[in-house]
Design a protein around this ligand. Sequence first.
Ligand SMILES: Nc1ncnc2c1ncn2[C@@H]1O[C@H](COP(=O)(O)OP(=O)(O)OP(=O)(O)O)[C@@H](O)[C@H]1O
Ligand SMILES: [Mg+2]
Ligand SMILES: [Zn+2]
Length: 829
Amino acid sequence: MMGGGESYAALEESLLPEQAAARRQWEKTYLDVLGVCCSAEVALVERLLAPLDGVRAVSVVVPSRTVVVEHDPAAVSQSRIVKVLNGAGLEASVRAYGSSGVIGRWPSPYIVACGVLLLASSFRWLLPPLQWLALAAACAGAPPMLLRGIAAASRLTLDINILMLIAVAGAVALKDYTEAGVIVFLFTTAEWLETLACTKASAGMSSLMSMIPPKAVLAETGDVVNVRDIGVGAVIAVRAGEMVPVDGMVVDGQSEVDERSLTGESYPVPKQPHSEVWAGTLNLDGYIAVRTMALAENSTVAKMERLVEEAQQSKSRTQRLIDSCAKYYTPAVVVLGAGVALLPPLLGARDAERWFRLALVLLVSACPCALVLSTPVATFCALLTAARMGVLVKGGDVLESLGEIKAVAFDKTGTITRGEFTVDMFDVVGHKVQMSHLLYWISSIESKSSHPMAAALVEHARSKSIEPKPECVAEFRVLPGEGIYGEIDGMRIYVGNKRVLARGSSCQTVPERMNGLKGVSMGYVICDGDLVGVFSLSDDCRTGAAEAIRELASMGISSVLLTGDIAEAAMHAQEQLGGALLEEVHSELFPEDKVRLVGALKARAGPTMMVGDGMNDAPALATADVGVSMGISGSAAAMETSHATLMSSDILRVPEAVRLGRRARRTIAVNMASSVAAKAAVLALAVAWRPVLWAAVLADVGTCLLVVLNSMLLLGERRGRRGKEDACRATARSLEMRRSQLAAVSSDSAATKSVGKTGGDASKGCHCCHKPSRSPEHSVAIDVRADEQREGPTAATCAPAKKVEVTGSVNASVMPASSSCVSAGCCSP
Ligand SMILES: Nc1ncnc2c1ncn2[C@@H]1O[C@H](COP(=O)(O)OP(=O)(O)OP(=O)(O)O)[C@@H](O)[C@H]1O
Ligand SMILES: [Mg+2]
Ligand SMILES: [Zn+2]
């Protein structure tokens, strides 16, 4: 194993200019270091490696016993690093590319020898000299402890190995050889078991990372090249059964791709020309040619890896507290131990041996191992579980906050709704421009916008055989909460909601035919001060949105809706949600209004989560205690500022993530309580009855093991009362899949763009029950407030404040039956 294979994470080279100038080739090497157990060893590893020339950064991931070293292989090789670590008895080895991490499945020869000798010594009642075998057992098992202990001591760190060695020496001094042997055996065996337990966790970690193939095939020449050498815009070939090596867009071919590595959902996603594909996803069938859109190191999966890695290293509040205590705690107890051993005999106490034993018990119990492990292992396992279900949580702090959430603010477009708009109406106003011109202008300008509406408008123009020309747009600006502005062919054009009407045009009368439209988002096009076009767009709620809100409510978490869209569109979404209770609905918000409302929610309800996808959500995401962005489909700004990211579009992950956060908090609390309780019990026993050294060791290593195992429960399947619902959700999800497949096919053939509406028919396949999703006595108070505080020109365009009461039964009748069942998830499988 040692030196075998290459380090796999050399993906990421230095990007900092000063280092680039130094002309060093930084590489990351992942090492399995079995000897890492406590935070004491973290300091040891850092002190060992940091002084080496050519080592830039060292990070230690305790739970998976991984050390990540960023180094210059020319100055310091992998084998040198391994040698340095092994010199201190840390049992290090380089992890090979794609290996599952820790491999120490069998107990080391030291443990075996120790155990066998100890067993043999237990026959000393037959043959008294056999008792010396117990001493031999202690000696046989001790070398790894000794090496580590010496390495720690020589660097003036006090670690568990030293404490244990003191205990062993003490037992030998008391001529209690069996006790010495038992201590060594218990300690080494527990360490081995812990390592075994950690194997599962680290296997999960490496399956998350290093999914990207190191080589790719150029489509034109068939050359095999290193993914690191592929530039943006190259076309690469991906055959069936291969991983996509770089993020890109399909230019040729058709296939289905499994995106589980990114989204946590394993079902095939159809891809055809113009679809985006992501590195690390699996091409299931069919050949596709992909034009790369990012360098390998900037691909989404590489960013994800970096985040997961950083998340493991970032410490949570609880952990920082424990670490800062542990620093004083251990030395303090050593002083105390010395005091207990020496003072009473000096003061004339008779039972010196008892006091000495008591001091040893105190020393062993002083090891904060279990307490120190209680948070990071649980955090690590929870982060891993989150990542597996498609939620990228940026650190243990966020995880802890997730468990505290009391209120959730949802953005509408792209979060509660799909963000896949259908153009219901598109009309020219007046005689200033022709339809084809208008479409050309709008699609060209909109192709520069990342707003979900933009995609629909561009698609609409394409369906009328008009190709957008973004290169002809001279100036482009996003008007937050309003729309966009662009200059094309010398024309100054605004596209957006009625606020741009106030801004860009002198005439503010809306054409007659616009007034009849309900529940849709209205758009206006202003060209050089004149209203030249109107359009309306509609969007449907995501599958699972209603269930997510209902589930949050069942957990005592209230949900509110914040949208930049108009009140009618917000109402439409509320109606589609059926029985799911939204406590408040705020519409026509500017980005800063969202920030204000999230702040108000925090003050009123407590810890608040904000879920959003758009650029306009970014400030609010940052303000919330936990900002959750809608992963790949959302904007980059939202992803950057958020604390967590949903890699799939499955909104049900929100309550799941909160549940996971709560479980993690509970696990940490149990871990901490049990580790403190075990020590307290042993000490109480020692003081009240008799200081039993091996019991103290057992309590120490036992709780360590218990803490690890308890934390690993977080890796398991989500528990709860959801078996049946899960099956139903799977049906709903596959229906949604079918539906988006249909949408993709029909938009491809440039057929009518009303798929969003008729596509709902696909959900007729759901054999739903007809039970009402909510009892009628509940009622929803919707506070439709067009922002009261606003002043200035836009105020005139805002709708007056009104309060609407919508009862559950009314909602049920408004809902089209099929979609209500799918979104409510009430059907039986
Ligand atoms: N690119 C665009 N093209 C046309 N209209 C736009 C565009 N961007 C924004 N708008 C208009 O401005 C309004 C507000 O946009 P904003 O991004 O603040 O909110 P939103 O994304 O629609 O809603 P939500 O806040 O629920 O996500 C939109 O509802 C839309 O009418
Ligand atoms: Mg949005
Ligand atoms: Zn310990």
